[in-house]
Design a protein around this ligand. Structure first.
Ligand code: PHE
Ligand code: ZN
Length: 893
């Protein structure tokens, strides 16, 4: 192919990475009203033609037109039918600049792509023979030269042309025409009536089957729901389809939001960098979040599928109809949509359990991000590579900020805020400030200080909330002292106070919440209140209390802060048993476990004796024998904190080997001391019948499998038999996986045989193989790393598939701190080698894998030096992707 020569074509060199800054935002000079695209699909040479109807945003403007682009060739470039003269345009390393265009014109651009060579999985690529696209954040420019920014909204018409090997041809919107062509090929034309940014463009083509069902919206419109998968997966779509239907109904009922096209399509592909993508009317999903049956998917997989299907569906309003002005506003759509999917899942199942799981994620991962070199505000101020900002902070802290609004307003008033947001901004590209303004403007009665609230978006770091109190039981008074602060983060030395809603109750000796009346108030108080903390220090005095009280603080985790409160172990045990707030019962249980672990870590020999004191043993025993509690809640309460989370709580430098040793010790002690109660509890929770995916059945499996994690460390033979029995004979993946993961923890020839049998049975099911890889990657066995190196060569593994990479390499580096942080540096070198290989073709995946290395400052000197050396070698590498470059630079800054 020949490239059109521009007289002034600049050499396309690898430019120095450019920093993009939020405050540099300027509205677009040029707008695109209509886009017509035509694709002649071919694995090695796909021809793309684009016709853009353009006009100047400001008719009197003079700015040239900027089109972003990748390194695809430019085959043709015409304006209003005539080829553009070579002096009228210029190409550089990331696009084209066009000069002297009429204020309104039609541009025709033609290019050619090689989807088969695309292993970055951005733009147009092939996954197992299926053509698909991924355009968020800046992938569309790898398909066509275009103003690839989210504030340029256009109407798209897309025509796909292919031969009979690609019978299914899909794109955004509604199907307007299709049929055979004279040359034996066939075509399909799609039109999306809703203006959208280029990042929401999608096409899919392949040999796919469709599982579908009709849906009627509350207002009576009919929509066809369709899930497209490879033929071999046709039987695995029921759960996803049912989840989609539930999500649509829920959004209608909760927020009054309905779907807006004739059909809603979901396509499952095996090669995908992320979880799923909300392209308008045509979601593309990682097959992990679509395919399920009891034999291959666990309960958690079922829940994840429901949650991700809902998440992408909810984006249709929060993301697509109302989109982001620029990528600094990413949390506008992601934080809000995560919040919405959390609320949905809470309504489908148990709200308490959903909340605990979210907070656990936040506390283990987002807090760690906030405490490290990649800390950034929910609304960042600058980036080098936007793909690096799809983070826990933007997604999950962002969701917490939306939740803060709901907590402060109550959910009915929050819904009113959402309605105003949609009414005001439908069809626009807006900012997180616009969102907050709409929600608060709808609720002037709430008296929320916008400025104070908005600091949550602009300040990085996890606020620390220190509470202390004095009790005068005789006078019936309890005085609470609150101090908030926030540690410095890169680029932000000093922080200001934020608006913290503190939900609390005061429990009497029997665990009942007392009426809460503040000094000076006249009315009898509610049993629970939300205090608004607005300053660095504040005091509240509660009066008319019946005597001694135990505070239940930050109920439901009413704000994403670290809480320091002088609760005694006896008070924690009391809260664990009696708090009417399920979240705080869990938090108290975790606090007791954490205290035991930290005490062991402080003791010189890792605590030579017992780590589990009688208070902890009794609390555990009480829980295991409690016939009234929700088994799923008990399972969460009795789960040991992860090694990573324990390490994060240590004041000084971390020695991961000791953390591992102490945690294993406590696990073993609990297993031995509570062996009988664990066995009884296990048997009680066992289901006689076949697998069903229902709340109660799921809760029983969780508690049963929690018991198993301890029983795997019990010296009793009966415990061992149970474990093997479950691994060999369970009829569902939830139970099989729980047992297999535990067996795989330690070396044993019989286990190796079992793993081998499992492999033979499932080796053609990649999603099941991911589990098999992850068990081995998480193992404590001494030969773990050597085995992983062999697995890299296994035909079931592939370095180009992100799911395989995450299962093997990601699990090892994130969930196996014991081996990843091996004192000889072997784990770090392993990661270094894989990063060097992967960065060459998939920078997004590489930039995520490197995260555990960036936490080097937290470790003891020996490890720190080894980690730093790897980072320095990476920094010196040529070539190095912009993605990995930015991550490594931040760690070395
Ligand atoms: N926007 C996707 C979501 O729903 C995530 C995503 C980002 C997918 C970038 C692909 C690429 O959260
Ligand atoms: Zn999303």
């Amino acid at each position: 192919m020949t490239e059109v020569a521009g007289s002034s074509t600049a050499a396309r060199q690898q430019a120095e990475p450019v920093v993009v800054r939020r405050l540099d935002y300027r509205p677009p000079d040029w707008l695109v009203d209509e886009v017509e695209l035509c694709f002649w699909l071919d694995p090695r040479a796909t021809r793309v033609q684009g016709r853009l109807r353009l006009r100047r945003a400001d008719a009197g403007g003079t700015a040239p037109l900027r089109l972003h682009g990748g390194d695809q060739p430019l085959v043709r470039l015409c304006c209003d039918g005539a080829e553009l003269a070579s002096h009228a345009w210029q190409r550089d390393s990331d696009g084209l600049t066009l000069f002297g265009l009429p204020a309104a014109c039609t541009l025709e651009i033609e290019t050619e792509l090689d989807p088969q060579a695309n292993r970055a999985l951005e733009g147009l690529y092939l996954s197992a023979g299926i053509f698909c696209t991924q355009c968020e954040a800046e992938g569309f420019r790898r398909i066509l030269f275009f103003p690839d920014r989210p504030d340029v909204l256009a109407r798209y018409t897309t025509t796909l042309i292919a031969d009979e090997r690609l019978p299914v041809l899909l794109a955004n919107g509604n199907l307007v025409a299709s049929g055979p062509l004279a040359d034996g090929r066939h075509f399909a034309r799609w039109h999306d009536p809703f203006p959208k940014p280029s990042y929401l463009f999608a096409l899919v083509a392949g040999e796919l089957v469709c599982r579908e069902r009709p849906y009627r919206t509350l207002s009576g419109r009919s929509v066809q729901l369709q899930i497209y998968v490879e033929p071999r997966n046709a039987a695995l779509c029921d759960h996803a389809l049912a989840s989609l239907e539930r999500a649509m109904r829920w959004d209608e009922q909760r927020f009054g939001l309905e779907y807006d096209l004739e059909r809603y399509m979901v396509v499952a592909v095996d090669d995908f960098n992320m979880g799923a993508m909300e392209n308008k009317g045509l979601n593309v999903f990682n097959s992990k979040y679509v395919l399920a049956c009891p034999a291959t998917a666990t309960d958690d997989d079922y829940l994840d599928i429901e949650g991700v299907i809902a998440h992408e569906y909810f984006h249709n309003w929060t993301g697509n109809r109302i989109t982001c002005r620029d990528w600094f506003q990413l949390s506008l759509k992601e934080g809000l949509t995560v919040f919405r999917d959390q609320e949905f899942s809470a309504d489908m199942h148990s709200a308490a359990i959903k909340r605990i799981e979210e907070v656990r994620l936040l506390q283990t991962q987002q807090f760690a991000e906030d405490a490290g070199p990649t800390a950034h505000p929910v609304r960042p101020d600058s980036y080098v590579e936007i793909n690096n900002f799809y983070t826990m902070t933007v997604y999950h802290k962002g969701a917490e900020l939306v939740r803060l609004l709901q907590t402060l307003l109550g959910w009915e008033d929050f819904v009113r805020g959402m309605r105003l947001y949609v009414e005001r901004h439908d069809g626009q590209a807006v900012t997180t400030d616009d969102f907050v303004a709409a929600v608060l403007d709808a609720n002037p009665q709430a008296g929320i200080d916008r400025e104070l609230f908005s600091r949550w978006y602009s300040q990085a770091g996890t606020p620390l909330l220190r509470l202390s109190w004095q009790q005068d039981a005789a006078a019936g008074q309890w005085r609470l002292h609150c101090r908030q602060s926030c540690p410095p983060t890169p680029g932000q030395e000093h922080k200001q106070p934020v608006l913290i809603p503190l939900r609390l109750a005061l429990l009497d000796a029997s665990g009942r919440p007392c009426g809460l009346r503040l000094a000076g108030e006249t009315e009898a108080g509610a049993p629970e209140r939300v205090l608004r903390l607005t300053a660095a220090e504040q005091e509240f005095t509660f009066v008319d209390l019946p005597g001694e009280v135990t505070p239940s603080l930050l109920r439901g985790f009413s704000a994403p802060v670290r809480l320091e409160a002088p609760l005694t172990r006896e008070q924690q045990a009391f809260l664990m048993a009696h708090d009417s707030d399920a979240f705080n019962r869990w938090q108290a249980a975790q606090a007791l476990l954490l205290q035991a672990l930290l005490a062991g870590l402080k003791a010189p020999e890792g605590g030579a004796g017992e780590l589990a004191d009688s208070l902890l043993l009794e609390a555990f025993h009480h829980s295991l024998t409690d016939q009234t509690a929700d088994p799923a809640l008990l399972a969460l309460a009795l789960t040991l904190p992860t090694e990573g989370y324990i390490a994060d709580q240590l004041p000084g430098a971390v020695d991961p080997a000791r953390v591992h040793q102490v945690r294993e010790k406590l696990r073993g002690q609990l297993a031995t001391r509570l062996n009988d109660a664990l066995l009884i509890c296990y048997r009680q929770q066992q289901d006689a019948g076949p697998y069903v995916f229902s709340g109660p059945a799921l809760a029983r499996r969780r508690l049963k499998n929690l018991c198993l994690t301890y029983l795997a460390r019990s010296p009793a033979e009966e415990a061992r038999d149970l474990l093997w029995q479950q691994a060999r004979h369970s009829d569902n993946m939830t139970d099989t996986a729980a047992a297999m993961a535990l067996l795989a923890e330690t070396p044993d020839v019989a286990v190796d045989e079992l793993l081998q049998t499992f492999y033979q049975r499932w080796r053609h099911q990649p999603l099941v193989i991911d589990k098999w890889l992850a068990w081995q990657a998480r193992s404590q066995r001494p030969d773990c790393l050597a085995r992983l190196c062999r697995l890299l060569e296994d035909p079931a593994f592939s370095l180009t598939n992100p799911n395989r990479v995450r299962a093997l390499i990601g699990t090892f580096c994130q969930a196996n701190p014991y081996h990843f942080h091996a004192a000889d540096g072997s784990g770090y070198r392993f990661l270094e080698q894989q990063l060097c290989a992967i960065d060459g073709f998939n920078p997004q995946v590489a930039a995520r894998l490197v995260l555990p290395l960036l936490r080097w400052p937290r470790f003891e000197p020996g490890r720190r030096v080894l980690m730093l050396a790897v980072l320095q070698r990476l920094a010196a590498r040529q070539p190095l992707s912009r993605d990995l470059y930015e991550m490594v630079q931040r760690a070395l800054a």
